[in-house]
Design a protein around this ligand. Sequence first.
Ligand code: MG
Length: 160
Amino acid sequence: MRVGIGYDVHKLVKGRKLILGGLEIPYEYGLDGHSDADVLTHAVMDAILGAMGLGDIGSFFPDTDERYKDADSLLLLREIVDLSIKKGYFICNIDSVIMAEEPKLMPQISQMKKRLSKVLGINENLLGIKATTTEGLGFVGRKEGIAAQAVVLLKHKENF
Ligand code: MG
């Protein structure tokens, strides 16, 4: 069994879509970044890569590479999942939390779970997605950005 952790932050700005877990969320601000800036999906990808001991998404999908400009992060996640399968791993479970002062994400969580678990190739009940505010504290509390954290447990089909 191998555990991995992922953490990501993107800045909230005007004129961008807010994409979380592959889902477009209605909000007057969106996350800024080279790709679609989907913090949740990025945290999940980093957790999977971390568990495999393969670094982070920055080395796989550099933000200097034009191919990843406004990229759909679900497609990038698919590449990481394919890589993990090729290396003989399968996902035991994933848990995650999105930190956002606004908007309220509760109504969208089940949709996000559907989208992400499909790309991950796992049953929905193996994927936890939670949302929390930070009670007005810090950059999240000031609505300057959104953060996400994810942890994943991988099992190798042959080795430990
Ligand atoms: Mg990111």
